[in-house]
Design a binder for this molecule. Structure first.
Ligand code: NAD
Length: 263
């Protein structure tokens, strides 16, 4: 995978104070990008991300916003414009799990996951598209004027008992990605998804930090390794670069072969 040496990109990454989002922000920083580091509540960790973005050669700002709240999202994109003048890449990554057996699942657990994981992606993508729309449309021979990457999950195609809200939100992201890609391709805006398998982060720490649960998880991974945020970050940088310019409406499964097993 060749990394781009193109001119400075301005990249907004949601949920960038931890895990995959933090890894992605740092990787873009290493490309010299301007990075808007969104966080929900952990400002200290967001500032740690910023420090590493700057150490890598990039610039950045931290921005507190709840991606499920329209007014927060609008303000966040305005802060991006105020700081860097535009946005070239959105990595919509913030996500949560609130697991429960289906019959016990509360409406609050359903709504919270849908609001963050699906509505949040809609709200951020809509603001990004509005900004991309202000740029002149390149000729068909030229590269994209904007890129959106949705962080989905292998559970956009693998059903997940006990996690129906989460899997439904990720399935929704898959069709959001494809439909939006189709709508905006003529304007030379690319929209793609990354679907991670098991990546060691806070979201699944209860599994990979427990030897028994980890053993069970390993049975689901043909490649016999739990992923790390860098595995995803490299793909995100490439997917936002001109090197992948002919790819839109596609999901890349970064999962050590997890999707090779039947669900
Ligand atoms: P994580 O818990 O470290 O990261 C999630 C981030 O989202 C956190 O920084 C959190 O503060 C932020 N966030 C939550 N609600 C928010 C809100 N309302 N507004 C703004 N930010 C909010 O876990 P992660 O593994 O890094 O997850 C990142 C993404 O990757 C998620 O969308 C997750 O579903 C997806 N994913 C992770 C795995 C995995 O194995 N870790 C697998 C598949 C998909």
């Amino acid at each position: 995978m060749t990394m781009s040496t193109q001119t400075t990109q301005t990249v907004l990454v949601t949920g960038a104070s931890s895990g995959i989002g933090q890894g992605i922000a740092i990787a873009f920083g290493q490309q010299g990008a301007n990075v808007i580091i969104n966080y929900h509540s952990d400002e200290e960790e967001a500032r740690e991300t910023l420090k590493q973005v700057e150490q890598g050669g990039g610039k950045g700002i931290v921005c507190k916003a709840d991606v499920g709240k329209e007014e927060d999202v609008t303000r966040m994109f305005q802060e991006a414009i105020d700081a860097f003048g535009t946005v070239d890449v959105l990595v919509s990554n913030a996500g949560i799990q609130k697991d429960n057996a289906f019959a016990e699942m509360t409406l609050e657990e359903w709504n919270k996951v849908m609001t963050t994981n699906l509505t949040g992606y809609f709200l951020c993508a809509r603001e990004a598209i509005k900004i991309f729309d202000k740029k002149p449309t390149p000729s068909p021979e030229d590269k994209a004027k904007g890129n959106i990457i949705f962080m989905s999950s292998v559970h956009d195609i693998i059903p997940w008992a006990g996690h129906v809200n989460y899997a439904s939100s990720k399935g929704g992201i898959l069709m959001l990605m494809k439909s939006l890609a189709l709508e905006v391709a003529p304007k030379k805006i690319r929209v793609n998804g990354i679907s991670p398998g098991a990546i060691a982060t806070d979201i699944n720490a209860d599994v990979w930090q427990d030897e028994e649960k980890k053993k069970e998880l390993m049975k689901l991974i043909p490649y016999k390794r739990i992923g790390v945020p860098e595995d995803i970050a490299k793909v995100a940088v490439w997917l936002a670069s001109p090197e992948s310019d002919y790819i839109t409406g596609t999901t890349i499964y970064v999962d050590g072969g997890m999707t090779l097993y039947p669900g």
